[in-house]
Design a protein around this ligand. Structure first.
Ligand SMILES: [Zn+2]
Length: 221
């Protein structure tokens, strides 16, 4: 789950839907949870649901979500507590990704929260796995397509590594989404990782002088 930096609220809102384009401009047009690129039916998602007292028009309470993640999540979380949030945490440190297994929680101090987050959005819905996708839920199809194309792109990169190839790979990832899959496939290719982080808008990535990720001051990881 890509960690994002939304920045400060660009303006005040009288309708939450009006934040959609501002969010897309700040954190790119990807679902904040499953990471799928979304070109339509993109929804402004209330992190703390309005039904549970979440601020209806507050930038701090907004993320972008696909229809599936937003629907599965519904109003099931009473608050932010007990979950990983990509605008607050270094969320990408809490999860691991594999082609066969989808998403899993890494053995970190926030593993319980990571598992709760996977359950909250149904991120582990996968055919043949305990949590089967519904017929309407096609997130797994696009996730597998991204794995395939990321792996083909890796072969191209090995054949002809160049700054232009690195940038083209990042642009493909930007168009498809699933940032974490691309980061996993290219985990040992710093030139490509740098392009991924710069082309996919709003990616939060901060390291200290020893190349370690710094926990976000506001976050639980
Ligand atoms: Zn989603």
């Amino acid at each position: 789950m890509r960690a994002v930096n939304k920045g400060n609220s660009p303006r005040t809102y009288t309708r939450y839907q009006d934040a959609r384009n501002d969010l897309g401009g700040r954190i790119d047009w990807h679902c904040s949870y499953c990471e799928m690129a979304i070109t339509n039916m993109i929804e402004v998602e209330h992190i703390v649901p309005r039904d549970n007292g979440g601020a209806p028009l507050d930038w701090e309470n907004f993320l972008l979500s696909c229809k599936y993640c937003n629907t599965v999540k519904g109003a099931r979380n009473p608050s932010r507590t007990g979950y990983i949030w990509p605008d607050r945490d270094n969320s990408d440190l809490a999860f691991d990704y594999s082609e066969a297994g989808g998403i899993t929680a890494k053995p970190t101090p926030v593993r319980t929260e990571a598992l709760a987050t996977i359950e909250l959005m149904g991120l582990d819905r996968n055919p043949g796995m305990p949590n089967e996708p519904t017929k309407a839920d096609s997130r797994w199809i696009f996730r597998l397509q991204s794995w395939q194309i990321a792996k083909y792109s890796f072969e191209n990169w090995q054949d002809s590594p160049s700054p232009q190839m690195a940038n083209q790979i990042a642009l493909t990832a930007k168009g498809m989404g699933f940032y974490s899959i691309w980061v996993k496939v290219f985990e040992n290719e710093p030139e490509v990782l740098e392009q991924l982080r710069s082309e996919i808008i709003g990616t939060h990535y901060v390291i200290d002088s020893h190349n370690n990720r710094i926990p976000r001051p506001s976050g639980i990881i």
